[in-house]
Design a protein. Structure first.
Length: 525
């Protein structure tokens, strides 16, 4: 007897627990499906009402137009019967109305035509309300009486709930959390990369602008000095070769170049070499009172077809008077190029004794006539009278240029002679120290045979892109924080649902215990 009692109590307790679980699952499923059914019924009612509205609108409009046409015919018939007039007379009477009266009548008819169909469409909101009420009633019916569902449908719903529960359970939630964090990391890296790229582009643009502006200023300064030298060559041609006797001698030339030195602040002393043929050498030496000398040894210049002795010079270059410019290899090449091109040409850089920097020699050919730009080489050789020579201190020129700029310490400037690309000559600037970005600006000093470039670098290495780092870290922290919040919310929901299930199970156990206790009392009684 006691064994049967225990068995019955345990079976009842298990049955109560299972009923509680089914009730818990059924209530949640009922509420979920009720919301779905309610939404479906509302949507179906809205779409059906729209469809009915369009149909009724077209039907009422067509019937109203037919009714108006019938009324017009009836009115015309009444006029014909009562007043015994024809259709033509009716139309004539209608045309006798003024335009304002006709317009007013048309407005009245249009208002009547637009008002009548919509007055009859007021029943449509009632139909929509009836459909919504019907959906709510059916939905409540299925939720209040869940026994109307078949067993197969209940099993299918339970399987779907189990699948959804497993899908959105802890395993999938962890995967979604990891995916969310990965998306945040990717977005953070992309933010850092884009901001860092924009910072690098900004530095490149700033370096390019600064370097190009310095190159332009250097070219302008050089061209100004070169133009003054060109004017001096024209002056020598006019007052030395154009006058007989010459209006210029060594003293006049030295005084003039010294007093006009402010126009050429970066140009050293200037000298003028005369073109002398071998047939005229003896006469020239007797006339000048000295012998044409070789540049290297200062001995008599060897016999050659043409000579270029210096006849005028500044005070500081008086020792080069009588030296043959054609006796030096590079000076000879420079003279020949200047005569052939008609432009100012430069030598390769050489070291200056006074400033210990590098300089270049600029040579202009002086002609006895104005030659066109496309003059032949033979014409230029025949018209050549002499050569104006001056040297430029490139180091002083660039130093003066940088001293005028406020940002002279921001970048490092190097000027190169790139005529021989395999062995460039550093004309100005320190030895290259790698500091990351660099920019190249071309320099045009007017010599088509030589190539010069300006290389610019930042004086210091670029700092860390703290703005990009901070922004990317903030983005990553935001994604991690949001993911953590949703994870905690889901965990709290799981804990609440578990507590609810435990509460239902505890209540079911209490009910089973109370039933067992009552049955025990009955057995004892």
């Amino acid at each position: 007897m006691a064994l049967q009692f225990k068995t019955s109590c345990s079976s009842r307790a298990l049955r109560a627990i299972s009923m509680a679980k089914e009730l818990l699952q059924g209530s949640s499923g009922c509420w979920r499906w009720r919301r779905i059914l309610l939404l479906l019924w509302v949507l179906s009612g809205v779409f059906l009402s729209i469809y009915v509205f369009d149909d009724l609108k077209e039907a009422y409009l067509s019937t109203w137009k037919e009714k108006i046409a019938d009324e017009d015919k009836l009115n015309s018939c009444i006029l014909q019967e009562q007043f015994k007039v024809s259709n033509d007379q009716v139309h004539t009477l209608a045309t006798q109305f003024s335009k304002s009266d006709q317009k007013e009548c048309q407005n009245i008819l249009q208002l009547r035509e637009a008002r009548q169909p919509y007055e009859k469409l007021c029943i449509i909101p009632l139909q929509i309300g009836w459909w919504v009420l019907l959906g709510i009633v059916v939905n409540c019916k299925y939720c209040v009486f869940p026994s109307m569902w078949t067993n197969s449908n209940q099993q299918l719903l339970r399987q779907q709930q189990q699948q959804q529960g497993s899908m959105f359970g802890g395993r999938w939630r962890r995967k979604l959390l990891v995916l969310w964090v990965l998306v945040g990391m990717i977005l953070s890296m992309w933010t850092f990369w884009s901001m860092n790229a924009s910072i690098i582009l900004w530095r490149k643009t700033m370096l390019a602008n600064m370097c190009d502006s310095r190159a332009r200023m250097l070219q302008d300064e050089f061209n100004v000095s070169k133009n003054h030298l060109h004017a001096l060559a024209i002056l020598v041609s006019a007052f030395h070769h154009g006058k007989n006797p010459s209006s210029i001698d060594q003293k006049t030339f030295a005084v003039y170049t010294e007093r006009t030195a402010f126009q050429r602040p970066l140009t050293g002393n200037v000298a003028y070499a005369l073109k002398v043929r071998h047939a005229d050498r003896e006469r020239f030496e007797k006339q000048s009172g000295w012998t044409i000398k070789k540049m290297a040894t200062e001995g008599p210049s060897p016999v050659q077809d043409e000579y270029a002795p210096v006849v005028f010079s500044g005070h500081r270059l008086s020792h080069i008077v009588s030296l043959d410019m054609m006796s030096g290899k590079e000076d000879c090449e420079n003279i020949l190029r200047a005569r052939a091109s008609g432009k100012g040409v430069l030598t390769s850089p050489f070291k200056l004794f006074k400033s210990k920097g590098l300089g270049v020699v600029l040579t202009f050919a002086v002609y006895n006539m104005e030659l066109p730009a496309d003059a032949a080489l033979e014409e230029r050789i025949a018209a050549t009278q002499g050569y104006l020579v001056a040297y430029f201190d490139i180091s002083s020129l660039v130093k003066k240029l940088l001293h005028q700029l406020a940002s002279k310490k921001t970048i490092v400037v190097n000027v190169y002679d790139m005529t021989n690309a395999s062995a460039p000559i550093n004309m100005y600037g320190p030895l290259i120290k790698e500091t990351g970005l660099w920019h190249l600006s071309n320099l045009d000093f007017g010599d088509p045979f030589r190539k010069h470039e300006m290389h610019c670098r930042f004086n210091q290495k670029p700092p860390l892109p703290w703005s990009a780092i901070t922004t990317s870290v903030v983005v990553l922290v935001f994604f991690v924080f949001v993911g953590y919040i949703f994870h905690r919310i889901a965990k709290v929901k799981d804990d609440c649902s578990e507590i609810g299930e435990q509460k239902v199970l505890a209540e079911a156990a209490d009910v089973a215990k109370s039933q067992g206790r009552d049955e025990g009392y009955e057995v004892r009684g």
